[in-house]
Design a protein around this ligand. Structure first.
Ligand code: HEC
Ligand code: HEC
Length: 471
């Protein structure tokens, strides 16, 4: 009688789960999935602008940013708990449909949140353009995002990589369910927003707060600017002079320079011009930049901030230049005239001497804030995972995820190595031990009563562990 009752419960649970239109029977997460966070959140909200940015009145510091002021208001919404949640989300592969990718996959702190590839590997295809560095984007240009500046609001923009099937590919209903089932998100959402409800708006808001907090005010440039560049070498000083005469019209450090000064600020279309332009690269037949959304702006691309530029190679929207030397060679000798370049570049380029080129590169390197790269508040809170990943089985995924009845485990196994599967129940009992030389293994629903399982996959000297939850 008792046994019959239990069976009935199991069957009715199964029947209930199977009849639901979208079923998330299996929730797959890596085992080291608890973020390591400080007891008191890091300070994200107290952002102090250096004086030289706010009060750039001194004519000798002619770097363009006195034009129309900087966009400091974009910091107003940052809270320490909101940005902390954003940090966890930014690094969490659980957001991605196959749990293989996070924002950090293409935006790496060691590269000032860019990637060292011309284009990034998306989930199914290479990305169209070079991954962009994320430092200082909230204040240098708070209203224009992507290389073609097609997005004007960071909160809306963030949803694109989040849900793009070639990037994070998050299905927001699944994500809310998955995150809600972890031991830490409900608390993080409560600390950030007052209650544990997980919504797309809140995810976007937290990510925006985290990214907006990324500033690089500890560069040598900033330290020296406070001191009228007295500590610059002669070479760096020459680079600074060359930069202020030739480059700062466009790379205006966040100031609404040139056009902002000339035209009244209430003509909205002109607002984009301090931030977008053409720099004499050969026309790209594959990509017309802002021409994608406004034919009159064909061949115009976002002018990115040059802060931390030494760390973000390769350069330009298509990653065509590998080094800053190549970039400076372009501006010196390879500028192609077109409808936009007149008045900004002499025909062919600035024709720098070799020592001027070296000086320009030396100056660009003073824009690097090294502390940014190791700053804990922007670092991966899932630290453990990266250590283990070096020895983990490549491209291990369980799918479909969620799934209705069976779970297929797939992974790279090009040389048909012997692979062993151990499935443990939550109380540590081995419920399955199987070997295969294939690159996939199908877990039959036979063993999956509701509960948590740990799947250990062993191949050669590699080992990965995954958590499987059956609801
Ligand atoms: C597969 C790689 C990839 C992933 C994953 C990815 N990005 Fe990006 N990101 C890019 C590329 C490429 C661009 C430039 C896109 C363009 O201009 O067409 C970009 C641009 C951006 C920009 C615009 C920066 C600027 O200066 O305009 C922001 C902000 C951004 N990504 C944030 C995120 C966030 C947040 C996530 C996670 C939710 C994320 N990205 C995930 C590759 C990626
Ligand atoms: C007329 C405007 C203009 C001028 C002047 C200009 N740039 Fe640029 N710069 C741009 C634009 C636009 C881009 C992005 C182009 C693209 O990707 O198609 C860019 C990109 C760059 C990049 C690569 C940024 C990245 O994230 O990949 C560097 C470095 C750079 N410029 C340095 C300089 C230097 C140094 C000078 C002066 C010698 C200079 N620029 C002068 C408009 C300009």
């Amino acid at each position: 009688m008792k046994r019959f009752f239990i069976l009935a419960v199991v069957f009715s649970t199964l029947a209930f789960t199977i009849s639901r239109p979208t079923v998330s029977n299996f929730i797959f997460t890596t085992v080291n999935d608890v973020p390591d966070l400080p007891d008191t959140p890091y300070d994200y909200s107290d952002i102090t602008f250096p004086d030289h940015l706010l009060n750039a009145q001194d004519d000798t510091i002619d770097l363009g940013y006195e034009g129309g002021g900087i966009d400091s208001l974009s910091f107003a919404d940052i809270t320490d708990n909101g940005a902390t949640l954003g940090r966890v989300l930014f690094y969490d592969k659980k957001l991605s449909s196959l749990e293989t990718m996070s924002c950090a996959t293409c935006h790496n702190q060691a590269m000032s949140f860019a990637e060292n590839k011309a284009v990034s590997d998306g989930l199914t295809a290479p990305t169209l353009r070079n991954s962009m560095h994320l430092n200082d984007i909230a204040w240098t240009n708070k209203e224009h995002f992507f290389w073609d500046m097609s997005e004007s609001d960071l909160r809306t923009m963030i949803r694109l990589p989040l849900t793009d099937e070639n990037e994070i590919g998050a299905d927001m209903d699944d994500v809310a369910e998955k995150l809600g089932a972890t031991s830490y998100y409900p608390q993080l959402f409560t600390e950030a927003f007052g209650d544990p409800v997980i919504t797309e708006d809140r995810i976007a808001e937290a990510l925006v707060q985290f990214i907006s907090s990324m500033t690089t005010f500890n560069s040598r440039f900033d330290q020296e600017a406070a001191n009228n560049f007295a500590g610059f070498t002669t070479q760096e000083q020459l680079g600074l002079d060359l930069f202020s005469t030739n480059c700062n019209n466009c790379h205006s450090q966040g100031g609404h320079s040139v056009f902002g000064d000339i035209f009244p600020a209430d003509i909205p279309i002109l607002e984009i011009f301090p931030f977008i332009f053409n720099n004499g690269l050969p026309e790209d037949p594959e990509d017309s930049g802002a021409g994608n959304w406004e034919p009159g702006f064909s061949n115009l691309f976002k002018i990115p901030t040059l802060r931390n530029i030494d760390l973000t190679a390769p350069y330009m929207h298509d990653g065509r230049f590998e080094t800053l030397e190549e970039v400076v060679d372009h501006y010196s000798d390879e500028v192609e005239e077109n409808e936009w370049t007149a008045g900004f570049f002499p025909p062919g380029g600035f024709d720098f001497t070799d020592s001027e080129k070296e000086a320009m590169v030396a100056f660009l390197k003073t824009l690097t804030d090294e502390s940014f790269l190791t700053e804990p508040r922007w670092s991966d809170p899932f630290g453990l995972e990266t250590d283990i990943e070096n020895f983990s089985i490549e491209n291990l995924i369980i799918r479909p995820n969620p799934t209705r009845d069976v779970a297929v485990i797939e992974y790279d196994n090009p040389t048909n190595e012997l692979v062993t599967f151990h499935v443990f129940s939550a109380d540590g009992k081995l419920v399955l031990n199987e070997n295969t030389r294939s690159d996939r293994y199908t877990l039959d629903k036979g063993i999956f009563h509701p509960g948590t399982y740990f799947i250990e996959v062993l191949m050669d000297d590699k080992k990965s562990t995954a958590k499987l939850m059956v609801q």
